[in-house]
Design a protein around this ligand. Sequence first.
Ligand code: ZN
Length: 343
Amino acid sequence: MRKFTIIKACATSLRSFGLVSLSFALTILTNVGLLGCDRLTHPSVEKVMLHTMKATVDGLNKESLHIRYFGATTIQIDDGNTALMIDGFFSRPGLAQMLFGKISPDIDRINYAFAKGSVGNLAAVLVAHSHYDHAMDSAFVAVRKSAVLVGSKSTAKIGRGQGLPDDRIIEVNHGDKLRYGDFIVEIFESPHSPDPWFSEDINQTLQPPARVGEYRAGKNFSFLIRHRWGTVLIHPSANFSPNLFENIKADVVFLSLGMLGSQSECFAEEYWRSVVLASKARFVVPIHWDDLLRPLDEPLLPMPYLVDDFTGGYKTLLRMAERDRISVQFMPLFQPFDIKAFQ
Ligand SMILES: [Zn+2]
């Protein structure tokens, strides 16, 4: 407990010193990580492993939805005819490049993830908001996979910057409903997790390479994805509007843990009530819990100590889930899971 109080105090004072101090501290910590001392920089992944779904050995049911996870908030949902992707972020640039240089989609890393996750053509890439860890690769992925790009005005600026024609960019707002094959996607505007950096809109066409701060958040969306075989709520940023999901019913919630450990217990309870309990889902898959600076050819690790109190947030999540008898399971990278595994 004391350790996290100290870490939180460090993080708070680092924020007040600004990005330069934070980058300096994180660079040191990342270098410690690179030297093979991940345990000094990151919470243990063992507790996550205990609650990670096991890949199915019997093959997947053909008449079903198949879901794959690619780290952060990147998820693919596919019914055999139509595939949708949330965010599509695979490049995961390292810290030095992110803080001191410019970033752009990394074709090798994107191809690696496409191959590992057998990503075929996509009908749509649905973008939560326009920070780099959600939107930087989205337009590139849409171009490569013949998809339309769906997101805010800011995300549309990223699409145009990467050469997507206007008829493949769908600007959406709260309440919009879109149909792709047998899927219906409903758009919910929801606040970004508290105190985001770079929170404004992107006002000009954004062409990579660009600085991380140019990927400003714009509006943030959650997606309710309905299909006759199941309903999935994707909630990519850990904040809530109290009555937003009052009238929905989902089988599973993909729930962001990003910065949840830095919030109060009271916040976590309201978050849980307003998103998970409101959705009536009995199954939660944590997303946005992993260290974004690590490439996908290395195992996922929780956010580093200096960024978030992952252990505290996760403990609170498990306590609420146990109390309300809701299953919490992480998904392993790249493996397909039948929607029945979550129902
Ligand atoms: Zn964000």
